[in-house]
Design a protein around this ligand. Structure first.
Ligand code: FES
Length: 169
């Protein structure tokens, strides 16, 4: 591991990375958490993120890219400010998860993995997000919403659009 002389990350994130690589007996164990924190800060895993994380962990950029291709929650392209992840796994599917997904597609005018032209919303169909008892469920960034109906979904999207999403309060 080597701490770069200059960093693309904020001082807080750079310090967090210093702690993370010192925490594990095998330094590459810090790789996935570092990539997730990097993604939160930068918005996606850019080439610059790959280069600096590889240097910090002491592995090659190819090693980092191999991990990137494995984890679907890691992104290599920018997305919207709010990433709407709609679960269509079994419990949600049985309770109209696909209906909610189609409703979001229509409402936002985008498809799976699409981003609205104003950069506000992205949409993704995802596997179980662990809210099966309250299906159908979605996640927007780190916030969960459950027992959804199309009307409830509309209200949630309107709230985010108006700056009233959970993360903004
Ligand atoms: S099946 Fe949708 S949250 Fe588990």
């Amino acid at each position: 591991m080597s701490t770069p002389q200059t960093t693309i990350f904020s001082p807080a994130t750079a310090a967090r990375f210093d702690r993370l690589v010192a925490l594990y007996p095998v330094k590459r164990s810090a790789l996935v958490p570092m990539l997730l924190y990097a993604q939160d800060e930068v918005g996606y895993i850019s080439d610059a993120v790959v280069a600096e994380v590889a240097q910090r962990v002491g592995i090659t950029e190819l090693d980092v890219r191999n991990v990137l291709t494995y984890y679907s929650m890691l992104r290599t392209k920018p997305i919207g400010k709010y990433n709407v992840q709609v679960c269509t796994n079994i419990s949600c599917m049985l309770r109209d998860g696909y209906g909610i997904l189609e409703h979001c597609k229509k409402r936002l005018g985008i498809e799976h993995k699409g981003t609205t032209s104003d950069g506000l919303f992205s949409l993704e169909e995802v596997e179980c997000i662990g809210a099966c008892c309250w299906a159908p469920a979605i996640q927007i960034n780190y916030d969960f919403y459950d027992e959804l109906t199309p009307d409830k979904m509309d209200q949630i999207l309107e709230d985010y659009k108006a700056g009233r999403g959970k993360e903004t309060v």
